[in-house]
Write a protein that binds this ligand. Structure first.
Ligand SMILES: Cc1ncc(COP(=O)(O)O)c(C=O)c1O
Length: 394
């Protein structure tokens, strides 16, 4: 008798585990809040009315479906067929709005009046501030001081939208520390506050729930690829990975095909490549750690990838061998951002440029042979990075 193995990217086990990863490692006081959130999400996700409501906001507010654009010029230069899933065209400028619309609707359904969130690049903070404005909720966004300095435009956008931005001065003053502070703030405010977490990380049910809210990227792209490609599905699906939400949403649409799934991490924040199993921000996953098991600091030019962990489902997909994780350097990212801009007229976010950088390096090698078809998720647009780039290239 052969035992049926759980198919990857289905629901996690009851205890929120994806294989040996995931779970709910939080202070006692947060367990009831996580349980209530899980119950509310299960109920809402099974309710066609909730799905229709979310669908409508995605269409008439967020601008979905986003386009699938052939990268005509780069494809010709590289000898491959490269298709870009354009999350940069979604309202607020990145994929983060997909998850936030879902969570804000859920928060309202649960009777919560306040949202708190963590942010690195500011895109998740802007999306949270946006949904809070739309649904009449208050928003408090925790952001590391270092990220506040390099993503000043997004700080101002959040403030314009009526959100409070709280500077976090501990540790590396980046996303890891902002997440710590947001979780700490949630402990004291669970009654009326929803913690709107921005990636497929954190305690159960966040990694699963956020992946489900982001799977719209992969589901749309699957249909769009079928219209563009003779073989209907691409040979390779690639996306950048910070916590891993745009990649998880993209992979979910293709996990049952023969496509290779490739996640691209920042070389200085490569939890899959350089990390080991550990617990960070409420779940067990791959984590960058020092010799004493302390969470180490990441270092990336892209604030959204400057994170020492990765979502637990990615750790599981990597373990199964279903997805591969690679790294690119900051220099490769800068080159890729400029090359995409000049070849296709698209200025993408520094985070998204990681996926482009891998394609540029791999194309024409055994890693990505000539003639390959590639779907690449462009997770966001580059406006937020222009001041940083002006400084870097001055
Ligand atoms: C444009 C963009 N892409 C990617 C990311 C990384 O997040 P994730 O790995 O959850 O998609 C961020 C995070 O801020 C982002 O702003």
């Amino acid at each position: 008798m052969t035992l049926a193995l759980p198919r990857p990217m289905r629901d996690p086990a009851e205890n929120g585990r994806f294989g040996g990863f995931g779970g709910r490692f939080v202070p006692e006081s947060l367990i009831p809040a996580c349980e209530a959130l899980e119950a509310a999400f299960r109920e809402a996700w099974a309710d066609p009315g909730f799905r229709q409501q979310l669908d409508r906001f995605r269409r008439v507010y967020a601008g979905r479906p986003t386009a699938l654009t052939p990268a005509w010029n780069l494809s010709a230069e590289l000898g491959i067929t490269l298709l870009l899933k354009r999350e940069d065209l979604a309202h607020t400028g990145s994929h983060k709005i997909n998850n936030v619309l879902g969570q804000a609707l859920l928060a309202r359904r649960m009777g919560k009046t306040k949202l708190i969130a963590e942010t690195g690049a500011g895109q998740h903070g802007v999306a949270t501030a946006t949904a809070a404005a739309l649904f009449g909720l208050s928003a408090t966004v925790y952001m590391g001081e270092r990220d506040i300095a390099r993503q000043a435009l997004n700080v101002f956008r959040m403030q314009m939208l009526g959100a409070e931005v709280v500077p976090v001065t501990s540790g590396s003053r980046t996303l890891k520390d902002a997440t710590n502070e947001a979780m700490r703030a949630w402990v004291g405010a669970v009654e009326d506050t929803h913690f709107c977490l921005g990636s497929v990380a954190g305690p159960h049910p966040y990694p699963w729930m956020v992946r489900e809210f982001q799977r719209v990227i992969g589901d749309e792209a699957r249909g769009q690829c079928a219209a563009e490609l003779p073989a209907s599905t691409p040979d390779v699906v690639v996306a950048c990975v910070g916590g891993g939400s745009n990649a998880a949403g993209t992979f979910a649409g293709f996990v049952d095909t023969g496509a290779r799934l490739v996640g691209v991490e920042a070389a200085g924040g490569a939890a899959m490549t350089d990390g080991s199993p550990g617990v960070v921000h409420g779940s067990r996953s791959m984590v960058l750690q020092d010799g004493h098991g302390q969470v180490a600091e990441a270092q990336s030019i892209a604030a959204g990838l400057d994170y020492p962990g990765i979502g637990p489902e990615h750790a599981h997909l990597g373990d199964l061998g279903r997805a591969e994780y690679v790294t690119v350097s900051d220099e490769e990212v800068l080159t890729a951002l400029k090359r995409l801009a000049r070849a296709e007229g698209i200025i993408c976010a520094l985070e998204s440029a990681h996926a482009v950088a891998w394609v540029l390096r791999a194309a024409g090698t055994p890693e990505l042979p000539a003639g390959s078809t590639v779907l690449l998720t462009l997770s966001g647009r580059g406006d937020k990075d222009m001041a940083q780039l002006m400084e870097a290239t001055a």
